[in-house]
Design a protein around this ligand. Structure first.
Ligand code: NDP
Length: 532
Protein backbone atom coordinates (compact mmCIF):
# COMPACT_ATOMS: atom_id res chain seq x y z
CA UNK A 1 0.00 0.00 0.00
CA UNK A 2 1.36 3.48 -0.85
CA UNK A 3 1.97 5.64 2.26
CA UNK A 4 -0.91 7.93 3.28
CA UNK A 5 -0.23 11.49 2.05
CA UNK A 6 1.00 13.79 4.78
CA UNK A 7 -1.71 16.21 5.89
CA UNK A 8 0.20 18.44 8.30
CA UNK A 9 3.66 19.89 8.75
CA UNK A 10 5.55 21.54 11.59
CA UNK A 11 7.13 24.98 11.41
CA UNK A 12 10.22 25.49 13.57
CA UNK A 13 11.79 28.66 14.95
CA UNK A 14 14.98 29.20 12.90
CA UNK A 15 16.78 30.85 15.84
CA UNK A 16 16.23 28.00 18.28
CA UNK A 17 15.04 25.01 16.29
CA UNK A 18 11.98 24.80 18.60
CA UNK A 19 8.62 23.97 16.99
CA UNK A 20 6.37 26.99 16.52
CA UNK A 21 3.22 25.34 15.26
CA UNK A 22 1.57 22.69 13.16
CA UNK A 23 -0.13 23.58 9.87
CA UNK A 24 -2.30 21.69 7.44
CA UNK A 25 -1.34 20.79 3.89
CA UNK A 26 -4.28 21.60 1.65
CA UNK A 27 -5.18 18.56 -0.47
CA UNK A 28 -5.82 18.89 -4.20
CA UNK A 29 -9.59 18.58 -3.48
CA UNK A 30 -9.37 21.44 -0.98
CA UNK A 31 -7.42 23.54 -3.47
CA UNK A 32 -10.04 22.99 -6.17
CA UNK A 33 -12.88 23.67 -3.75
CA UNK A 34 -11.19 26.95 -2.72
CA UNK A 35 -10.92 27.93 -6.38
CA UNK A 36 -14.62 27.21 -6.98
CA UNK A 37 -15.57 29.26 -3.90
CA UNK A 38 -13.34 32.08 -5.13
CA UNK A 39 -15.14 32.11 -8.50
CA UNK A 40 -18.51 32.33 -6.74
CA UNK A 41 -17.34 35.15 -4.46
CA UNK A 42 -15.85 37.01 -7.41
CA UNK A 43 -19.31 37.45 -8.93
CA UNK A 44 -20.18 39.56 -5.88
CA UNK A 45 -16.84 41.30 -5.33
CA UNK A 46 -16.46 42.53 -8.92
CA UNK A 47 -19.74 44.43 -8.57
CA UNK A 48 -18.76 46.11 -5.30
CA UNK A 49 -18.18 49.81 -6.01
CA UNK A 50 -14.66 51.20 -6.35
CA UNK A 51 -15.28 53.48 -3.38
CA UNK A 52 -16.19 50.50 -1.17
CA UNK A 53 -13.12 48.59 -2.33
CA UNK A 54 -11.07 51.67 -1.53
CA UNK A 55 -12.49 51.84 2.01
CA UNK A 56 -11.94 48.11 2.37
CA UNK A 57 -8.21 48.43 1.66
CA UNK A 58 -7.93 51.42 3.96
CA UNK A 59 -9.67 49.52 6.77
CA UNK A 60 -7.29 46.60 6.25
CA UNK A 61 -4.32 48.95 6.59
CA UNK A 62 -5.84 50.41 9.77
CA UNK A 63 -6.49 46.96 11.22
CA UNK A 64 -2.88 46.01 10.52
CA UNK A 65 -1.67 49.11 12.32
CA UNK A 66 -3.56 48.15 15.49
CA UNK A 67 -1.54 44.94 15.82
CA UNK A 68 2.03 46.08 15.21
CA UNK A 69 3.64 44.23 18.12
CA UNK A 70 1.82 40.95 17.50
CA UNK A 71 2.73 41.06 13.80
CA UNK A 72 6.36 41.94 14.48
CA UNK A 73 6.67 39.05 16.93
CA UNK A 74 5.10 36.57 14.54
CA UNK A 75 7.25 37.64 11.57
CA UNK A 76 10.35 37.63 13.72
CA UNK A 77 9.62 34.20 15.23
CA UNK A 78 8.96 32.59 11.85
CA UNK A 79 11.83 34.19 9.90
CA UNK A 80 14.42 34.94 12.59
CA UNK A 81 14.65 38.63 11.60
CA UNK A 82 14.93 41.28 14.32
CA UNK A 83 11.66 42.89 15.47
CA UNK A 84 12.89 46.26 14.19
CA UNK A 85 13.32 44.83 10.66
CA UNK A 86 9.92 43.16 10.78
CA UNK A 87 8.36 46.59 11.42
CA UNK A 88 10.56 48.66 9.10
CA UNK A 89 10.47 46.35 6.11
CA UNK A 90 7.47 44.01 6.20
CA UNK A 91 4.89 46.09 8.04
CA UNK A 92 5.74 49.48 6.56
CA UNK A 93 5.43 48.27 2.99
CA UNK A 94 2.28 46.24 3.68
CA UNK A 95 0.51 49.29 5.09
CA UNK A 96 1.74 51.63 2.38
CA UNK A 97 0.81 49.30 -0.48
CA UNK A 98 -2.75 48.98 0.87
CA UNK A 99 -3.06 52.75 1.17
CA UNK A 100 -1.42 53.37 -2.21
CA UNK A 101 -3.77 51.11 -4.18
CA UNK A 102 -6.75 52.46 -2.29
CA UNK A 103 -5.72 55.94 -3.45
CA UNK A 104 -4.85 55.30 -7.08
CA UNK A 105 -7.27 52.44 -7.69
CA UNK A 106 -10.54 54.33 -8.16
CA UNK A 107 -9.01 56.76 -10.64
CA UNK A 108 -7.10 54.15 -12.64
CA UNK A 109 -9.94 51.66 -12.79
CA UNK A 110 -12.74 54.11 -13.58
CA UNK A 111 -14.28 53.76 -17.01
CA UNK A 112 -12.70 56.32 -19.35
CA UNK A 113 -13.64 57.66 -22.73
CA UNK A 114 -10.88 57.36 -25.31
CA UNK A 115 -9.82 60.57 -26.94
CA UNK A 116 -11.92 61.47 -29.93
CA UNK A 117 -10.43 60.01 -33.09
CA UNK A 118 -11.29 59.34 -36.73
CA UNK A 119 -13.97 56.84 -35.81
CA UNK A 120 -16.02 59.74 -34.44
CA UNK A 121 -16.73 60.60 -38.08
CA UNK A 122 -18.60 57.34 -38.26
CA UNK A 123 -20.49 58.26 -35.12
CA UNK A 124 -18.51 55.95 -32.89
CA UNK A 125 -17.27 56.71 -29.36
CA UNK A 126 -15.16 54.31 -27.29
CA UNK A 127 -14.60 53.68 -23.62
CA UNK A 128 -11.85 51.82 -21.75
CA UNK A 129 -13.06 49.39 -19.11
CA UNK A 130 -10.72 47.63 -16.70
CA UNK A 131 -12.24 44.27 -15.88
CA UNK A 132 -10.82 42.02 -13.14
CA UNK A 133 -9.15 38.86 -14.42
CA UNK A 134 -11.11 36.66 -11.98
CA UNK A 135 -9.37 34.41 -9.45
CA UNK A 136 -5.78 35.41 -8.73
CA UNK A 137 -3.31 32.97 -7.16
CA UNK A 138 -0.59 34.62 -5.10
CA UNK A 139 2.38 32.38 -4.37
CA UNK A 140 4.92 33.98 -2.12
CA UNK A 141 8.29 33.31 -0.47
CA UNK A 142 9.32 33.46 3.16
CA UNK A 143 11.84 36.31 3.28
CA UNK A 144 9.25 39.13 3.57
CA UNK A 145 6.21 37.09 4.54
CA UNK A 146 3.85 40.04 4.97
CA UNK A 147 5.13 42.72 2.57
CA UNK A 148 5.52 40.51 -0.51
CA UNK A 149 2.12 38.80 -0.46
CA UNK A 150 0.35 42.02 0.54
CA UNK A 151 1.72 43.80 -2.56
CA UNK A 152 -0.09 41.34 -4.81
CA UNK A 153 -3.15 41.07 -2.58
CA UNK A 154 -3.78 44.83 -2.43
CA UNK A 155 -3.56 45.25 -6.21
CA UNK A 156 -5.65 42.17 -7.05
CA UNK A 157 -8.43 42.93 -4.56
CA UNK A 158 -8.62 46.60 -5.52
CA UNK A 159 -9.31 45.68 -9.12
CA UNK A 160 -12.13 43.27 -8.21
CA UNK A 161 -10.41 39.89 -8.28
CA UNK A 162 -10.77 37.30 -5.59
CA UNK A 163 -7.49 36.00 -4.20
CA UNK A 164 -6.05 32.72 -3.00
CA UNK A 165 -2.75 33.06 -1.17
CA UNK A 166 -0.30 30.17 -0.91
CA UNK A 167 2.32 31.33 1.60
CA UNK A 168 5.70 29.62 1.85
CA UNK A 169 5.74 26.52 4.03
CA UNK A 170 8.45 28.35 6.00
CA UNK A 171 6.10 31.17 7.03
CA UNK A 172 2.66 29.55 7.27
CA UNK A 173 1.69 31.45 10.43
CA UNK A 174 2.09 34.80 8.66
CA UNK A 175 -0.04 33.48 5.80
CA UNK A 176 -2.81 32.35 8.13
CA UNK A 177 -2.68 35.64 9.99
CA UNK A 178 -3.09 37.59 6.75
CA UNK A 179 -6.19 35.44 6.19
CA UNK A 180 -7.58 36.28 9.63
CA UNK A 181 -6.89 39.98 9.12
CA UNK A 182 -8.62 40.22 5.75
CA UNK A 183 -11.53 38.01 6.75
CA UNK A 184 -12.18 40.20 9.80
CA UNK A 185 -12.39 43.28 7.56
CA UNK A 186 -14.60 41.47 5.03
CA UNK A 187 -16.92 40.65 7.93
CA UNK A 188 -17.10 44.32 8.94
CA UNK A 189 -18.13 45.12 5.37
CA UNK A 190 -20.64 42.27 5.29
CA UNK A 191 -18.88 40.66 2.34
CA UNK A 192 -18.33 36.95 1.61
CA UNK A 193 -15.23 35.62 3.33
CA UNK A 194 -14.16 33.65 0.23
CA UNK A 195 -13.13 36.86 -1.48
CA UNK A 196 -9.80 36.06 0.14
CA UNK A 197 -8.54 32.60 1.08
CA UNK A 198 -5.26 31.15 2.32
CA UNK A 199 -4.05 27.64 1.57
CA UNK A 200 -1.14 26.47 3.66
CA UNK A 201 0.98 23.59 2.50
CA UNK A 202 4.09 22.76 0.54
CA UNK A 203 5.34 23.24 -3.00
CA UNK A 204 2.79 20.62 -4.11
CA UNK A 205 -0.02 22.84 -2.79
CA UNK A 206 1.26 25.68 -4.98
CA UNK A 207 1.45 23.26 -7.89
CA UNK A 208 -2.18 22.18 -7.36
CA UNK A 209 -3.20 25.82 -7.31
CA UNK A 210 -1.39 26.44 -10.59
CA UNK A 211 -3.09 23.39 -12.09
CA UNK A 212 -6.53 24.65 -11.04
CA UNK A 213 -9.02 27.01 -12.69
CA UNK A 214 -7.22 30.24 -11.81
CA UNK A 215 -7.09 33.30 -14.08
CA UNK A 216 -3.80 34.94 -13.11
CA UNK A 217 -0.80 34.22 -10.91
CA UNK A 218 1.49 36.57 -9.02
CA UNK A 219 4.56 34.54 -8.15
CA UNK A 220 7.57 35.64 -6.11
CA UNK A 221 10.31 33.13 -5.50
CA UNK A 222 13.23 31.36 -7.07
CA UNK A 223 13.97 31.46 -10.80
CA UNK A 224 13.59 27.68 -11.39
CA UNK A 225 10.15 27.49 -9.75
CA UNK A 226 9.05 30.71 -11.43
CA UNK A 227 10.03 29.55 -14.91
CA UNK A 228 8.27 26.23 -14.39
CA UNK A 229 5.06 27.96 -13.32
CA UNK A 230 5.26 30.45 -16.18
CA UNK A 231 5.63 27.67 -18.76
CA UNK A 232 2.78 25.63 -17.34
CA UNK A 233 0.41 28.59 -17.19
CA UNK A 234 1.36 29.90 -20.64
CA UNK A 235 0.39 26.55 -22.15
CA UNK A 236 -3.13 27.20 -20.87
CA UNK A 237 -3.10 30.84 -21.97
CA UNK A 238 -2.95 32.13 -18.40
CA UNK A 239 -0.75 35.13 -17.67
CA UNK A 240 1.57 35.41 -14.70
CA UNK A 241 3.77 37.99 -13.06
CA UNK A 242 7.13 36.67 -11.87
CA UNK A 243 9.45 38.31 -9.37
CA UNK A 244 12.49 36.06 -9.15
CA UNK A 245 16.01 36.15 -7.80
CA UNK A 246 18.74 38.74 -8.15
CA UNK A 247 22.49 39.25 -7.95
CA UNK A 248 22.90 42.99 -7.48
CA UNK A 249 26.34 44.34 -8.46
CA UNK A 250 27.64 47.38 -6.58
CA UNK A 251 30.43 49.31 -8.28
CA UNK A 252 32.59 51.77 -6.37
CA UNK A 253 34.35 54.18 -8.70
CA UNK A 254 37.79 55.71 -8.42
CA UNK A 255 35.98 59.07 -8.10
CA UNK A 256 34.08 58.02 -4.94
CA UNK A 257 35.16 60.56 -2.31
CA UNK A 258 33.67 58.82 0.74
CA UNK A 259 34.58 55.17 1.04
CA UNK A 260 33.29 55.09 4.60
CA UNK A 261 29.74 55.96 3.47
CA UNK A 262 29.84 53.73 0.39
CA UNK A 263 30.96 50.71 2.40
CA UNK A 264 28.22 51.36 4.99
CA UNK A 265 25.66 51.04 2.18
CA UNK A 266 27.28 47.81 1.00
CA UNK A 267 27.24 46.33 4.51
CA UNK A 268 23.61 47.28 5.15
CA UNK A 269 22.34 46.10 1.80
CA UNK A 270 24.21 42.81 1.97
CA UNK A 271 23.56 41.84 5.59
CA UNK A 272 20.09 43.18 6.44
CA UNK A 273 17.58 40.31 6.67
CA UNK A 274 20.67 38.08 7.02
CA UNK A 275 21.30 38.58 3.31
CA UNK A 276 18.03 36.90 2.33
CA UNK A 277 16.74 39.54 -0.08
CA UNK A 278 16.37 39.34 -3.84
CA UNK A 279 17.67 42.87 -4.30
CA UNK A 280 20.56 42.80 -1.80
CA UNK A 281 24.02 43.86 -2.99
CA UNK A 282 25.57 40.48 -3.74
CA UNK A 283 28.79 41.41 -5.54
CA UNK A 284 31.05 44.39 -4.79
CA UNK A 285 33.46 45.72 -7.44
CA UNK A 286 36.25 48.05 -6.33
CA UNK A 287 39.13 49.76 -8.23
CA UNK A 288 42.36 47.76 -7.70
CA UNK A 289 44.04 50.89 -6.31
CA UNK A 290 41.48 51.09 -3.47
CA UNK A 291 40.91 47.38 -2.93
CA UNK A 292 42.86 47.00 0.31
CA UNK A 293 41.35 50.03 1.99
CA UNK A 294 37.81 49.00 1.03
CA UNK A 295 38.34 45.44 2.28
CA UNK A 296 39.73 46.75 5.54
CA UNK A 297 36.80 49.19 6.05
CA UNK A 298 34.32 46.40 5.33
CA UNK A 299 36.09 44.01 7.70
CA UNK A 300 35.96 46.61 10.46
CA UNK A 301 32.24 47.28 9.95
CA UNK A 302 31.26 43.63 9.58
CA UNK A 303 33.10 42.76 12.77
CA UNK A 304 30.83 45.19 14.59
CA UNK A 305 27.62 43.49 13.43
CA UNK A 306 25.77 41.63 16.15
CA UNK A 307 24.32 38.35 15.11
CA UNK A 308 21.98 36.97 17.70
CA UNK A 309 18.47 36.23 18.83
CA UNK A 310 15.90 38.22 16.88
CA UNK A 311 14.21 39.63 19.99
CA UNK A 312 17.48 41.14 21.30
CA UNK A 313 17.26 44.87 20.43
CA UNK A 314 21.00 44.93 19.62
CA UNK A 315 20.78 42.18 17.01
CA UNK A 316 21.57 43.33 13.46
CA UNK A 317 21.08 39.94 11.89
CA UNK A 318 19.49 36.70 12.97
CA UNK A 319 19.76 33.17 11.63
CA UNK A 320 19.00 31.92 8.14
CA UNK A 321 15.52 30.57 7.53
CA UNK A 322 16.35 26.86 7.72
CA UNK A 323 19.01 24.19 7.47
CA UNK A 324 18.68 23.89 3.69
CA UNK A 325 19.44 27.56 3.16
CA UNK A 326 22.32 27.45 5.61
CA UNK A 327 23.81 24.40 3.94
CA UNK A 328 23.45 26.09 0.56
CA UNK A 329 25.36 29.18 1.70
CA UNK A 330 27.98 27.03 3.46
CA UNK A 331 28.48 25.03 0.24
CA UNK A 332 28.85 28.19 -1.88
CA UNK A 333 31.48 29.56 0.52
CA UNK A 334 33.40 26.29 0.87
CA UNK A 335 33.63 25.93 -2.92
CA UNK A 336 34.69 29.57 -3.29
CA UNK A 337 37.41 29.19 -0.66
CA UNK A 338 38.60 26.02 -2.41
CA UNK A 339 39.10 28.08 -5.54
CA UNK A 340 41.51 30.35 -3.68
CA UNK A 341 39.33 33.11 -2.14
CA UNK A 342 40.13 34.40 1.33
CA UNK A 343 37.63 34.72 4.21
CA UNK A 344 38.23 38.13 5.84
CA UNK A 345 35.39 37.48 8.30
CA UNK A 346 33.18 34.44 8.98
CA UNK A 347 33.32 31.64 6.43
CA UNK A 348 32.24 28.64 8.51
CA UNK A 349 29.17 27.32 10.31
CA UNK A 350 29.22 28.24 14.03
CA UNK A 351 28.56 25.80 16.86
CA UNK A 352 25.24 27.03 18.23
CA UNK A 353 21.56 26.08 18.06
CA UNK A 354 19.54 27.55 15.23
CA UNK A 355 20.42 28.05 11.57
CA UNK A 356 23.11 30.68 11.97
CA UNK A 357 25.75 31.57 9.41
CA UNK A 358 28.14 34.44 10.24
CA UNK A 359 28.45 37.61 8.13
CA UNK A 360 31.20 36.64 5.72
CA UNK A 361 33.50 38.88 3.72
CA UNK A 362 35.41 37.19 0.89
CA UNK A 363 38.39 38.77 -0.87
CA UNK A 364 40.47 37.61 -3.85
CA UNK A 365 37.46 35.81 -5.24
CA UNK A 366 38.02 34.04 -8.60
CA UNK A 367 35.45 35.06 -11.19
CA UNK A 368 34.11 31.53 -11.65
CA UNK A 369 33.31 31.12 -7.93
CA UNK A 370 29.76 30.11 -6.94
CA UNK A 371 29.39 33.29 -4.85
CA UNK A 372 29.68 35.28 -8.09
CA UNK A 373 27.99 32.99 -10.60
CA UNK A 374 25.02 31.91 -8.43
CA UNK A 375 22.56 33.90 -6.33
CA UNK A 376 23.80 33.93 -2.72
CA UNK A 377 20.76 34.10 -0.45
CA UNK A 378 22.65 34.68 2.78
CA UNK A 379 25.22 36.90 4.52
CA UNK A 380 28.18 36.64 2.14
CA UNK A 381 29.88 39.59 0.45
CA UNK A 382 32.50 38.90 -2.23
CA UNK A 383 34.77 41.83 -3.18
CA UNK A 384 36.34 41.87 -6.63
CA UNK A 385 39.00 44.32 -7.93
CA UNK A 386 38.84 45.90 -11.39
CA UNK A 387 41.15 48.03 -13.53
CA UNK A 388 38.99 49.57 -16.22
CA UNK A 389 35.39 50.77 -16.47
CA UNK A 390 34.72 48.54 -19.49
CA UNK A 391 35.92 45.54 -17.49
CA UNK A 392 33.72 46.29 -14.48
CA UNK A 393 30.59 46.86 -16.57
CA UNK A 394 31.22 43.56 -18.30
CA UNK A 395 31.65 41.74 -14.95
CA UNK A 396 28.60 43.42 -13.41
CA UNK A 397 26.37 42.37 -16.32
CA UNK A 398 27.82 38.88 -16.53
CA UNK A 399 25.05 37.18 -14.56
CA UNK A 400 21.79 35.47 -15.45
CA UNK A 401 20.01 37.93 -13.13
CA UNK A 402 18.98 41.54 -13.75
CA UNK A 403 17.03 42.97 -10.83
CA UNK A 404 19.05 45.76 -9.18
CA UNK A 405 22.43 47.40 -9.72
CA UNK A 406 24.17 50.39 -8.18
CA UNK A 407 27.18 52.65 -8.69
CA UNK A 408 28.90 54.91 -6.16
CA UNK A 409 31.13 57.80 -7.28
CA UNK A 410 31.02 61.29 -8.76
CA UNK A 411 27.37 61.67 -9.69
CA UNK A 412 27.61 62.25 -13.45
CA UNK A 413 30.14 59.51 -13.99
CA UNK A 414 28.26 57.10 -11.74
CA UNK A 415 25.03 57.77 -13.61
CA UNK A 416 26.63 57.20 -17.01
CA UNK A 417 27.89 53.80 -15.82
CA UNK A 418 24.67 52.85 -14.02
CA UNK A 419 22.75 53.40 -17.27
CA UNK A 420 24.84 50.63 -18.81
CA UNK A 421 23.75 48.02 -16.26
CA UNK A 422 21.32 45.45 -17.54
CA UNK A 423 18.95 45.53 -14.56
CA UNK A 424 15.37 46.67 -13.98
CA UNK A 425 16.42 49.06 -11.22
CA UNK A 426 19.61 51.15 -11.15
CA UNK A 427 20.75 53.38 -8.29
CA UNK A 428 23.38 56.10 -8.15
CA UNK A 429 25.01 56.66 -4.78
CA UNK A 430 22.33 54.55 -3.16
CA UNK A 431 21.02 51.00 -3.33
CA UNK A 432 18.12 49.89 -5.54
CA UNK A 433 16.86 47.68 -2.73
CA UNK A 434 15.20 50.64 -1.00
CA UNK A 435 12.91 51.11 -4.02
CA UNK A 436 10.94 48.08 -2.88
CA UNK A 437 9.73 50.15 0.06
CA UNK A 438 7.88 52.61 -2.20
CA UNK A 439 4.58 51.29 -3.48
CA UNK A 440 4.41 53.89 -6.26
CA UNK A 441 7.60 52.69 -8.01
CA UNK A 442 7.56 49.83 -10.51
CA UNK A 443 9.59 46.91 -9.17
CA UNK A 444 10.78 44.34 -11.65
CA UNK A 445 13.82 42.85 -13.28
CA UNK A 446 15.20 41.48 -16.50
CA UNK A 447 16.64 38.15 -17.60
CA UNK A 448 16.18 35.48 -14.88
CA UNK A 449 14.88 38.10 -12.41
CA UNK A 450 11.59 38.59 -14.21
CA UNK A 451 9.35 39.20 -16.03
CA UNK A 452 6.84 40.93 -13.87
CA UNK A 453 6.21 44.20 -12.13
CA UNK A 454 5.14 44.71 -8.54
CA UNK A 455 3.85 48.00 -7.20
CA UNK A 456 3.07 51.13 -9.26
CA UNK A 457 0.00 51.56 -11.47
CA UNK A 458 1.27 48.80 -13.73
CA UNK A 459 0.93 45.99 -11.17
CA UNK A 460 -2.66 47.06 -10.55
CA UNK A 461 -3.52 47.17 -14.25
CA UNK A 462 -1.81 43.79 -14.78
CA UNK A 463 -4.52 42.20 -12.62
CA UNK A 464 -7.18 43.39 -15.08
CA UNK A 465 -8.14 42.78 -18.69
CA UNK A 466 -8.93 45.71 -20.93
CA UNK A 467 -12.38 45.78 -22.42
CA UNK A 468 -13.16 48.38 -25.07
CA UNK A 469 -16.75 49.47 -25.13
CA UNK A 470 -17.89 51.04 -28.41
CA UNK A 471 -21.13 53.00 -28.82
CA UNK A 472 -22.56 53.85 -32.23
CA UNK A 473 -24.17 57.24 -31.73
CA UNK A 474 -25.48 57.33 -35.31
CA UNK A 475 -27.64 54.31 -34.83
CA UNK A 476 -30.42 56.38 -33.33
CA UNK A 477 -30.22 58.91 -36.20
CA UNK A 478 -32.32 57.62 -39.10
CA UNK A 479 -30.46 59.20 -42.11
CA UNK A 480 -27.13 57.71 -40.96
CA UNK A 481 -28.45 54.54 -39.40
CA UNK A 482 -26.81 52.59 -42.24
CA UNK A 483 -23.41 54.31 -42.65
CA UNK A 484 -21.68 54.67 -46.05
CA UNK A 485 -19.10 51.98 -45.35
CA UNK A 486 -21.68 49.19 -45.19
CA UNK A 487 -21.91 47.52 -48.64
CA UNK A 488 -22.60 50.51 -50.86
CA UNK A 489 -21.39 49.81 -54.36
CA UNK A 490 -23.04 52.10 -56.93
CA UNK A 491 -20.29 51.74 -59.55
CA UNK A 492 -20.01 55.56 -59.81
CA UNK A 493 -16.53 57.24 -59.67
CA UNK A 494 -17.62 58.95 -56.43
CA UNK A 495 -17.37 55.57 -54.68
CA UNK A 496 -13.59 55.53 -55.02
CA UNK A 497 -13.30 59.27 -54.34
CA UNK A 498 -15.02 58.64 -51.05
CA UNK A 499 -12.68 55.71 -50.25
CA UNK A 500 -9.67 57.94 -50.94
CA UNK A 501 -11.12 60.70 -48.76
CA UNK A 502 -11.37 58.18 -45.92
CA UNK A 503 -7.74 57.17 -46.51
CA UNK A 504 -6.66 60.83 -46.25
CA UNK A 505 -8.55 61.32 -43.03
CA UNK A 506 -7.00 58.19 -41.49
CA UNK A 507 -3.56 58.89 -42.86
CA UNK A 508 -2.22 61.37 -40.39
CA UNK A 509 -2.58 64.07 -37.85
CA UNK A 510 -5.12 66.86 -38.00
CA UNK A 511 -7.79 64.62 -39.47
CA UNK A 512 -10.55 67.14 -38.93
CA UNK A 513 -8.81 69.48 -41.40
CA UNK A 514 -8.80 66.72 -43.97
CA UNK A 515 -12.56 66.53 -44.20
CA UNK A 516 -13.12 67.58 -47.78
CA UNK A 517 -15.60 67.76 -50.62
CA UNK A 518 -15.26 64.09 -51.58
CA UNK A 519 -16.06 63.12 -48.03
CA UNK A 520 -19.08 65.39 -47.92
CA UNK A 521 -20.36 64.10 -51.27
CA UNK A 522 -19.91 60.56 -49.97
CA UNK A 523 -21.89 61.34 -46.85
CA UNK A 524 -24.67 63.02 -48.83
CA UNK A 525 -24.80 60.14 -51.31
CA UNK A 526 -25.10 57.89 -48.35
CA UNK A 527 -28.56 59.27 -47.82
CA UNK A 528 -29.72 58.71 -51.34
CA UNK A 529 -27.96 55.57 -52.60
CA UNK A 530 -29.26 52.09 -52.12
CA UNK A 531 -27.47 49.93 -49.64
CA UNK A 532 -27.64 46.30 -48.71
P1 NDP B 1 10.76 29.08 -4.00
O1 NDP B 1 10.73 29.22 -5.46
O2 NDP B 1 11.32 27.84 -3.44
O3 NDP B 1 9.27 29.18 -3.40
C1 NDP B 1 8.43 30.28 -3.63
C2 NDP B 1 6.99 29.84 -3.42
O4 NDP B 1 6.63 28.89 -4.42
C3 NDP B 1 6.76 29.16 -2.08
O5 NDP B 1 5.48 29.50 -1.60
C4 NDP B 1 6.81 27.68 -2.48
O6 NDP B 1 6.13 26.86 -1.58
C5 NDP B 1 6.10 27.72 -3.81
N1 NDP B 1 6.37 26.59 -4.69
C6 NDP B 1 7.42 25.73 -4.68
N2 NDP B 1 7.30 24.84 -5.70
C7 NDP B 1 6.17 25.15 -6.37
C8 NDP B 1 5.50 24.62 -7.52
N3 NDP B 1 5.99 23.59 -8.21
N4 NDP B 1 4.36 25.20 -7.93
C9 NDP B 1 3.86 26.26 -7.29
N5 NDP B 1 4.43 26.81 -6.18
C10 NDP B 1 5.57 26.26 -5.73
O7 NDP B 1 11.48 30.35 -3.44
P2 NDP B 1 11.84 30.70 -1.94
O8 NDP B 1 10.63 30.65 -1.08
O9 NDP B 1 13.02 29.89 -1.54
O10 NDP B 1 12.26 32.26 -2.05
C11 NDP B 1 13.55 32.66 -2.30
C12 NDP B 1 13.68 33.16 -3.73
O11 NDP B 1 12.75 34.19 -3.97
C13 NDP B 1 15.06 33.76 -4.00
O12 NDP B 1 15.56 33.33 -5.24
C14 NDP B 1 14.76 35.26 -4.05
O13 NDP B 1 15.69 35.99 -4.78
C15 NDP B 1 13.39 35.28 -4.62
N6 NDP B 1 12.71 36.54 -4.29
C16 NDP B 1 12.49 37.46 -5.29
C17 NDP B 1 11.94 38.69 -5.01
C18 NDP B 1 11.72 39.72 -6.08
O14 NDP B 1 11.03 40.69 -5.81
N7 NDP B 1 12.27 39.58 -7.27
C19 NDP B 1 11.57 39.05 -3.63
C20 NDP B 1 11.84 38.02 -2.69
C21 NDP B 1 12.38 36.80 -3.01
P3 NDP B 1 6.92 26.17 -0.35
O15 NDP B 1 7.71 27.25 0.33
O16 NDP B 1 5.84 25.68 0.50
O17 NDP B 1 7.80 25.13 -0.95
Amino acid sequence: MPPEPQTTFTKNNPATGEPLGMYSIASSEQVNEAIEQAHKAQKIWKNVSLSTRKSFLQSTAKALMTEVDAWAQLISAETGKPLKDAIETDMTLAVSVLNYYSQIGPKLLKEKRYQLDQSFLLGLVHYERRVPKGVVAIISPWNFPLAIPMSGIAAALMSGNTVILKPSELTPGCGERIGELIRSVLKQFNLPENIFQVLTGEGSTGQNLIDGRINYCVFTGSAPTGRKIQTQLAQRGIESSLELGGSCPMIILESEPDLDAATSYAVWSRFVNTGQACAAVKRLYVPSSRYNIVVSLLREKINQLNQGLPDDPLTHLGPLINETQRDLIARQVVETLAKGAQAETGGSVPERPGWYYPPTLLSHVPLDSPVLTEETFGPVLPVVPYDTIEEVIEMANNTPYGLTGCVFGEEKEAEAIARKLDTGIIAINGVGMTNYGFASLPWGGRKDSGPGVSHSPQALLDTTNTQTLTKNLMYGFAPLKKPPWLFNHSGAPQDLAFSKAILRVFGGKGWLAKLDLAMLIGLIRNRSSKRL
